[in-house]
Ligand binder design. Structure first.
Ligand code: GRF
Length: 202
């Protein structure tokens, strides 16, 4: 299966997905790394790894117009799935609709807790015992949608949002590659395909 990864910044999750894809038994390959930010550090890393990249700034464009440009790039790359990895843009419902059931996101909290930004700060303020991360299918609502996998990360005395965030990021890298691989493998398994065909025939 071909996966396009959308990033806006550093792209460490994208790198984790890319390195995991080097394993012979990985059921997906990275077809494209795309960004709304031409200066995203992750684009250079992907290029050096021989992965196709695409960048188009969103400035001066409507949300829909920018999403259309990204969508065309994903289609041109023959992507089967989209993995959002620190893509800091809210997507239009039209775009989400086009990739429904085939677009995943990683979020640095134990959803449904702490949707949006500053998740680690909020977990610390609430006195939670654990922070963590979640991989979910993307729906039109922000950081919502069916949860495919989660990793809780214990909060230590003296943790700051930064120190907790660093440990959660390690968990993110493992969770994302594992969950994406399992999702793609399940969808291409004979049992699943037969069930789909049966469902459509009913
Ligand atoms: C991660 O914490 C991810 O969960 C959030 O944005 C951050 C992206 O980090 N959505 P990176 O660019 O993958 O390093």
């Amino acid at each position: 299966a071909r996966v396009a990864v959308l990033i806006s910044g550093t792209g460490t999750n994208m790198a984790a997905l890319l390195y995991a894809a080097k394993a012979e038994d990985c059921p997906y390959e990275i077809a494209l790394v795309a960004s709304n930010n031409p200066d995203a550090a992750g684009l250079k890393l992907a290029e050096a790894e021989g992965i196709a990249t695409f960048a188009h700034p969103h400035k001066g464009l409507s949300r829909e117009a920018h999403d259309d440009i990204m969508h065309d790039a994903l289609v041109a790359a023959k992507a089967d799935y989209v993995a959002l990895a620190g893509y800091m843009r809210i997507l239009s419902p039209e775009f989400v609709g086009k990739w429904e059931g085939r677009m995943l996101n990683i979020h640095p909290s134990l959803l449904p807790k702490y949707k949006g930004l500053h998740t680690h700060e909020r977990a610390l303020e609430a006195g939670d015992s654990h922070g963590g991360c979640s991989v979910h299918l993307v729906t039109a609502e922000l950081d919502d949608g069916p949860i495919l996998g989660q990793t809780p990360v214990a909060i230590l005395p003296g943790d700051t949002p930064e120190s907790l965030g660093q440990r959660v990021l390690i968990a993110e890298h493992q969770l994302y590659s594992r969950t994406l691989a399992a999702f793609v493998a399940r969808e291409s398994s004979p049992d699943y395909l037969i069930a789909q065909i049966r469902e459509r025939a009913l």
